[in-house]
Design a protein around this ligand. Structure first.
Ligand SMILES: Nc1nc2c(c(=O)[nH]1)N[C@H]1C(S)=C(S)[C@@H](COP(=O)(O)O)O[C@H]1N2
Ligand SMILES: [Mo]
Length: 323
């Protein structure tokens, strides 16, 4: 169950997962998930989701949090049929159509770089030790649409601390799986694969940074980045990298895929900022997914409305230069 390769002085399985809950969350999730999916997919797809108590839960031991309570949620359908996941194609419906057979179990994540406890960890290994939470986050794509959905996951900081990053660890880099057999979009060089993203250490350690394994109480749909993806809700959506297989602690600012593909359009920071336009369009407003055509656009907020929690990270920085 706990498959670990190349982890000589790393964390012992016993330190990570108590023997007892070893037969593990994902198995449990899977079994109850079958049921839940059969019962719920059709109703979730056909009706807009409303109160968070109205959807089923595939997970056990999830703490409900105050994040985003009271916000109007998007529907399950919006969040799972209009996606950006270029590994499965570049149109918005491609991920939903092409990712259904994507195999995400077994899954492991390699931890490398400036940390005491590096190695490759089976996903169960990681999930066995974290406290799952549900958080409702606003999510704003750089293209100008946004959504509000409840995610299940855990604090990125809690995960990273366990690997004991050292004083040279100034940044954290993430990588998506590279597997053109399974990810047909990778057969074309639309991006420099594998998809990569990065955060400054203090950004990664901010309590808002979140590793998600589900949405609407369901195990993460493949098109949304199964089995594990990042969420950085004060930054444009492309920072929220999907289907992560590698996390590295680095001294230098890591490469990020969109920055490499168009450096003048996508910076390393990519904080949501209505005052810094994309060179080809304004970022002042956004369209909420699912909104009717007569509804007005929403004013985009600095740091996507999370300024109180994150503005201090950028004190003294010129946000037009470090966009
Ligand atoms: N690996 C990978 N991660 C990715 C992307 C991608 O193409 N590949 N697209 C990004 C972009 S541009 C957005 S807006 C969000 C979309 O997340 P969602 O489909 O769950 O809404 O995923 C981000 N993460
Ligand atoms: Mo995006």
């Amino acid at each position: 169950m706990l498959i670990r390769h190349k982890n000589k002085q790393g964390i012992k399985p016993s330190e990570i997962t108590p023997e007892a809950d070893f037969l593990n969350r994902r198995e449990f999730i899977k079994q109850s998930g079958l049921f839940a999916t059969a019962l719920c997919t059709s109703s979730l797809l056909s009706s807009p989701a409303s109160a968070s108590s109205e959807y089923a839960n595939d997970f056990s031991d999830v703490i409900k949090t105050p994040y985003g309570q009271g916000e109007k949620l998007n529907s399950f359908r919006d969040a799972t049929t209009y996606n950006n996941f270029y590994e499965f194609g570049t149109s918005k419906t491609d991920p939903f159509e092409n990712a259904q057979d994507f195999v995400t179990d077994p899954w492991s994540v390699e931890i490398t770089g400036e940390a005491a406890k590096t190695g490759t960890y089976h996903l169960e290994d990681i999930l066995g030790k974290v406290q799952l939470e549900e958080r409702i986050y606003r999510f704003r794509c750089v293209e100008g649409w946004s959504m509000v959905v409840p995610w299940t996951g855990f604090s990125l900081a809690d995960l990273l601390k366990r690997f004991e990053p050292n004083s040279r660890a100034k940044y954290v880099a993430f990588e998506t799986l590279y597997d053109p057999q399974q990810m047909p979009g990778q057969k074309r060089r639309v991006l420099d694969w594998p998809y990569r993203e990065g955060l400054r250490m203090d950004e990664a350690m901010n309590p808002l940074s979140f590793m998600a394994v589900g949405l609407y109480g369901h195990e993460m749909p493949n098109q949304n980045g199964a089995p594990i993806r990042l969420l950085v809700p004060w930054k444009y959506g492309f920072k929220s990298i999907k289907s992560i297989v590698k996390i590295s602690f680095t001294e230098q600012q890591p490469v990020s895929t969109w920055n490499v593909s168009a450096p003048h359009e996508y910076g390393f920071y990519s904080n949501v900022n209505p005052d810094v336009d994309h060179p080809r369009w304004s970022q002042a407003t956004e369209r909420r997914l699912g909104a009717n055509f007569w509804e007005p656009k929403i004013d985009t907020q600095l740091f996507n409305g999370y300024a109180e929690q994150v503005a201090h990270l950028y004190k003294g920085m010129d946000l037009k230069k470090y966009f």
